[in-house]
Ligand binder design. Structure first.
Ligand SMILES: NC(=O)c1ccc[n+]([C@@H]2O[C@H](COP(=O)([O-])OP(=O)(O)OC[C@H]3O[C@@H](n4cnc5c(N)ncnc54)[C@H](O)[C@@H]3O)[C@@H](O)[C@H]2O)c1
Length: 360
C-alpha cells in the first residue's frame, strides 16, 4: 500500500493509473479536490478496490494521522500543491498555505507514523528501514538560466523567482531538514515541465489545444522565446517509480527530457499537429491564431535539466520524444473534449472566484 497526495491532479492522476497498471499495489489518494483536482481523472477506477480517494487537506493533521494509522503505507508520494505560476502572482497565500504549511503538517504526521513502525523485518507491510517519503518538486526552484549556461544539476544553488517556485523551494528545504534532523527517509525529485493527458487547460499545452479548437487567440507571453525543457508525463511517472525503488535516501534527482523548446516553437508544433489531425474548416492554419500578449512579471527566461544523475544511477531515460509525446497528447485532448468542458465549467469557476476573488 502506498499513499499519494494530490492524486486527482494532472501528474498525480497519471501516476495513480501508471502505478496500478505497473504494480497492482493499492493506493490511498488524499486530495483536497481544488479546481485542479478532478475525480473524473480517476473515473475508470471507481469500484476498483485497489484505489481509495479521500477528499481532504494535507494540512489536516487528524485526517492524515488517521489515514496513515489505518492504511499503514510503505511509502508516501507527495504531489499535492498549488502549481500554477500565474495564480501564485495573483494570490500567493494559497501557495504558502498548501506548499509550505501543508507540507510541514504532512511531514510531521509522517514522522510520527514512521517512528511507530517496526525497524525492519516484518511479516509484510511497512518498516522503518524501507519506508520512503518521496517529495515531487520542480526545476523552477533553481531560477532562470542564461542562454549559454549549462542545464540545472542537483548541485545548483536554489534561486526561486516566482511565489510558486519560492513555495516549492521552501518545501524542498523542509524535506531536507526532516531527513538531516530526524532521519526521516526522504527522496526529492525536481522535474521539468510536464505535458500529457489530464492537464488542466490553464497550462500552456492544453490551453493552446483548447483555444485553437475553439477558434480563440493563442496567447504567447512576450516574444515567446522563453525556453523550457518538456517531458511527457508518463516518463515522469516512470522516473518517480525508479527513484522510489532504488534512489538513495536523502538524495535529490533532477528529471528532464533533454528537450529544450522555446514556447513559440511548442505552440507552432501543436498547431502543425492539429492542422494534420483536425484541420480548420476554413482551410487556414491554426498558427494564424497566435497572438503576442504582455509578458508575465518576472518571467524566467530559460530552464533546462541535466538528468545525468538519474540516468547513470537509476538507468532511467525518457521514452517519448517531443514529437511522439505531443502527438499522443493532442490525440488525447481531441478524444476527450467532454473532459475539457467539464473541468472548465461551473464548479471550477466558483472555486477560482472564491480563491482568487475573480476570474482565473
Ligand atoms: N506540472 C508540471 O509541469 C510539474 C513539473 C514539476 C513538478 N511539478 C510538481 O508536481 C506536483 C503535481 O503537479 P500537477 O501539475 O499535477 O499539479 P495540479 O495542480 O494539476 O494538481 C495538484 C493536486 O493537488 C491537490 N491539492 C491542492 N492543494 C491540496 C491540499 N492542501 N491538500 C491535498 N491536496 C491538494 C489538487 O486538488 C490537485 O489534485 C506539484 O507538487 C508540482 O509542484 C509539476
Amino acid at each position: 500500500m502506498i499513499l499519494v497526495t494530490g492524486g486527482a491532479g494532472f501528474i498525480g492522476a497519471n501516476f495513480v493509473h501508471f502505478w496500478l497498471e505497473r504494480t497492482g499495489e493499492a493506493v490511498v489518494n488524499l486530495d483536497l479536490l481544488t479546481y485542479a483536482g478532478n475525480p473524473d481523472n480517476l473515473a475508470d477506477l471507481r469500484g476498483d478496490g485497489r484505489h481509495v480517494l479521500v477528499q481532504g487537506d494535507v494540512a489536516d493533521r487528524e485526517l492524515v494521522r488517521e489515514l496513515l494509522a489505518r492504511h499503514r503505507p510503505r511509502a508516501v508520494i507527495h504531489f499535492a500543491a498549488e502549481s500554477h505560476v500565474d495564480r501564485s502572482i495573483l494570490g500567493p497565500g494559497a501557495f504558502i498555505q498548501t506548499n509550505v504549511v501543508g507540507t510541514f503538517h504532512l511531514l510531521e504526521m509522517v514522522r510520527e507514523y514512521w517512528s511507530t513502525l517496526p525497524e525492519s523485518v516484518y511479516d509484510q507491510g511497512a518498516t522503518q528501514r524501507d519506508f520512503r517519503f518521496l517529495h515531487v518538486s520542480t526545476d523552477e526552484v533553481y531560477g532562470s538560466l542564461a542562454p549559454q549556461d549549462p542545464p540545472f544539476a542537483e548541485t545548483n544553488p536554489y534561486q526561486p523567482n516566482s511565489p510558486y517556485a519560492a513555495s516549492k523551494a521552501a518545501s524542498d528545504h523542509l524535506i531536507r531538514a526532516w531527513h538531516h534532523t530526524f532521519g526521516l527517509p526522504v527522496l526529492t525529485t525536481n522535474c521539468s515541465n510536464n505535458y500529457g493527458p489530464y492537464q488542466f487547460p490553464e497550462k500552456l499545452i492544453p490551453l493552446v489545444i483548447h483555444h485553437a479548437l475553439a477558434g480563440k487567440p493563442l496567447p504567447i507571453y512576450g516574444d515567446g522565446q522563453q525556453v523550457r525543457d518538456w517531458l511527457y508525463v508518463e516518463d515522469h511517472c516512470l522516473a518517480i517509480m525508479r527513484v522510489l525503488e532504488a534512489g538513495r535516501v536523502g538524495e535529490t534527482y533532477n528529471i528532464g527530457g533533454w528537450n529544450e523548446q522555446a514556447n513559440l516553437n511548442v505552440v507552432r508544433t501543436i498547431c502543425g499537429v492539429l492542422d494534420a489531425l483536425q484541420p480548420r474548416m476554413d482551410g487556414r492554419g491554426y498558427a494564424e491564431q497566435i497572438t503576442f500578449v504582455r509578458d508575465r512579471p518576472g518571467h524566467d527566461r530559460r530552464y533546462a535539466i541535466d538528468a545525468r544523475k538519474i540516468e547513470a544511477e537509476l538507468g532511467w531515460k525518457p521514452r517519448e520524444t517531443f514529437e511522439s509525446g505531443i502527438l499522443k497528447t493532442v490525440r488525447w485532448y481531441l478524444q476527450h473534449a467532454e473532459w475539457v468542458s467539464g473541468v472548465t465549467s461551473g464548479a471550477y469557476r466558483q472555486w477560482v472566484d472564491r480563491q482568487y476573488g475573480g476570474p482565473g
